[in-house]
Structure formats: C-alpha cells, structure tokens
Ligand binder design. Structure first.
Ligand SMILES: [Zn+2]
Length: 58
C-alpha cells in the first residue's frame, strides 16, 4: 500500500510510461494533446490553462 503523499516520485523511478490524451480547451474548444504525466497545459490557441483532470481526480 502506498501513501498518498508519495505521489511525487523522482524522475529516476518512473514506472509507467506517460500516454497522450486528447482534451478540449474549456476556453475555445481547441483539441489539445495532454500527456498523463502533465498536470496542466497551456492552450496553443487562446492561452488558457487546461488542468489535467485525470491526474488530479481523487
Ligand atoms: Zn483555448
């Protein structure tokens, strides 16, 4: 069992490779590619910050 506070793992111990997922910008609707290891990305169209909901989901 793993503690929640250990979620921030060092880069040298990455277990699973990140995978891309297509997300829609809430601001302009542009389809953006977000990787599973990213917490947020900036829309290339309008500059809106798009949070990674899959990562922050509890
Ligand atoms: Zn946008």
């Amino acid at each position: 069992m793993k503690d929640r506070h250990l979620e921030e793992k060092p880069a040298c111990s990455v277990k699973s490779a990140p995978v891309p997922a297509e997300v829609g910008c809430p601001g302009c609707g542009t389809a953006l590619e977000m990787w599973s290891d990213e917490t947020d990305i900036i829309c290339t169209s309008c500059g809106c910050i798009v949070q990674n909901e899959r990562r922050s989901a509890n």
